[in-house]
Design a binder for this molecule. Structure first.
Ligand SMILES: [Zn+2]
Length: 282
């Protein structure tokens, strides 16, 4: 009988703890990747035991799958977190932390004036409400072209981060004094080529479309990639500058504290080292 009956415990399953409005407000999402209610507010559930284990497993975090699984478990309206625009990632993770452990996160901060370290309670809800989506409406203009940017999605962001981490590791091995000089030079030029490729990839993934002065709109990533590979440094620099600005505009604002020793006001950056961000419940 118990097999066919509905579980009487169902109403005791975890419930949404908070509702959030995404910084993107649902823009830049593939419609199939999210179920956005008309209010724009989506429910966030606390982590299960399985989620907690996943978010603390270094391998699952490194390849991004752990973060994706936890997001889809705690925010069921998100059907495919790989497709999530980068501007929503931090906000969603902060919301999951609030839903799981409460609004306040205890942090240690050292006063730059008197050098005393104290614990401060960071109100994550306030931090969350300050995250802004950069303005993507204004194109980067160059030589009659209008280049429209958009946020990278989580899949591309994660891939970029992983590859840039690997490049850094490889770069470090090249400083090995026992390495043969010829091998070193060959490896070094390969390395440079990969870094250039990675830089181009970030720009391609961040480009929504390019409109020519004849009014032709180019959206095919292969054409866009080919254009960047054959562009002057000036065009690439303009886009990089805009991407840096967007990244600053979208970043989590630092948290203001007053030193309890000398009353000095100072700011503490909010960092997303997942193992510590999700590592403790207080
Ligand atoms: Zn102080």
């Amino acid at each position: 009988m118990e097999n066919t009956a509905q579980n009487p415990l169902i109403k005791h399953f975890r419930q949404p703890a908070i509702y959030i409005t995404l910084p993107s407000r649902g823009n830049f999402w593939d419609p199939s990747a999210i179920n956005l209610p008309p209010t724009g507010e989506i429910p966030v559930y606390p982590m299960t035991t399985k989620d907690e284990i996943l978010i603390r497993t270094p391998d699952a975090l490194m390849n991004g799958q752990g973060v994706v699984d936890v997001i889809q478990s705690c925010v069921p309206n998100i059907k495919n977190a790989w497709a999530m625009p980068s501007v929503d990632v931090d906000a969603v993770l902060i919301a999951i932390r609030i839903a799981s452990y409460g609004n306040e996160m205890e942090i240690d901060a050292k006063c730059p004036k008197c050098g005393e370290s104290h614990k401060y309670g960071m109100p994550l809800g306030e931090v969350l409400s300050k995250i802004q989506c950069p303005n993507y409406d204004k194109p980067v203009e160059d030589n009659g072209l209008k280049i429209y940017l958009h946020p990278q999605n989580y899949f591309s962001l994660n891939e970029t981060n992983q590859r840039s981490y690997q490049e850094q590791q490889l770069m470090r091995t090249l400083t090995d004094p026992n390495l043969d000089e010829k091998v070193k030079i060959a490896e070094f030029s390969k390395q440079i080529a990969r870094i250039v490729e990675l830089n181009i990839k970030v720009i391609v993934d961040s480009t929504a479309c390019i409109v020519t002065n004849e009014g032709v709109t180019v959206t095919d990533p292969r054409f866009i990639q080919e254009f960047y590979e054959n562009s002057s440094k000036q065009v690439i620099d303009k886009i990089k500058k805009q991407l840096e600005k967007n990244s600053t505009d979208a970043s989590v604002p630092p948290f203001n504290v007053k030193c309890s020793e000398c009353q000095e006001d100072f700011v503490v950056p909010v960092t997303f080292d997942y193992s510590s961000f999700f590592g403790q419940s207080s």
